[in-house]
Design a protein around this ligand. Structure first.
Ligand code: ADP
Ligand code: MG
Length: 221
């Protein structure tokens, strides 16, 4: 039997009376690279927020099997870029990535002694180490996305969740980003769940494909 990292069972949710999903079931195993696709407004981002515990289900369960000591810190989350998630104030790349180590007082204490090394290491993984002192808002879209991945990787998560990380990014940068994720999956053993519209570019990398539509989820691979 495979080692399960996420189990969603009989999940139902609506922001109001109208349900966005009904009785949704799906599973992510350790080592998986899962793609989640679906039309705009289908509820993909909502599903991620339910997984992260930012929203509570109306019915059903979300079970995440994480490192007990780390809890949600064991999940790296790259939110969908948009209003509210962009950093327009003058913060450097290094400072931004280090924010993930300051989220909780406990985390800060744990990482205090070597947090600069951790930030540099996360930036090295995404090839952005030379930009550690650059201002985040002066970077290109693709560079920003790589920095946000570094921010998610800095606490060494075993599970990485990305919500449309290639929105508004050109073809070449997108290919690089996808091969980076493939590398993190294969060489570092990080389990990945990614929402995307660019399925044709990642077909060879993914182990499972789920489609979310009409309030249902269907496994297509
Ligand atoms: P997707 O990510 O698939 O594009 P979302 O999960 O963002 O879809 O949204 C699913 C549906 O829920 C949409 O109809 C959206 O308008 C609605 N929605 C999203 N967030 C909220 C919210 N905070 N309050 C009420 N409705 C919401
Ligand atoms: Mg979305």
């Amino acid at each position: 039997m495979n080692d399960v990292i996420l189990n969603v069972s009989n999940l139902s949710f609506g922001y109001n009376r109208e349900k966005i999903f009904n009785n949704v079931n799906f599973e992510v195993d350790k080592g998986d690279f899962v793609a989640l696709v679906g039309p705009n407004g289908a509820g993909k981002s909502t599903l991620i927020k339910l997984i992260l515990g930012q929203l509570s289900p109306n019915d059903g369960r979300v079970d995440l099997f994480l490192d007990e000591k780390l809890g949600y810190r064991d999940v790296g989350y790259v939110p969908q870029l948009g209003i509210g998630s962009s950093y327009t104030f003058p913060i450097t790349v290094g400072e931004l990535v280090s924010l993930s180590l300051h989220d909780e007082t406990r985390g800060f204490k744990v990482f205090k002694c070597n947090y600069k090394d951790k930030v540099l290491d996360a930036l090295l993984q995404v090839g952005m180490e030379d930009e550690i002192n650059s201002l985040y808002y002066q970077l290109s879209g693709g560079q920003r996305q790589r920095v946000l991945i570094a921010k998610a990787l800095v606490s060494n998560p075993s599970f990485l969740i990305l919500d449309e990380p290639t929105n508004g990014i050109d073809f070449e940068t997108r290919q690089k980003l996808f091969s980076l994720l493939h590398h993190l999956n294969v060489a570092h053993g990080i389990t990945i769940l990614m929402i995307t519209h660019e399925l044709s570019d990642i077909e060879n990398y993914i182990s499972k494909l789920y489609k979310l539509f009409d309030g249902r989820i269907e496994r297509c691979k």
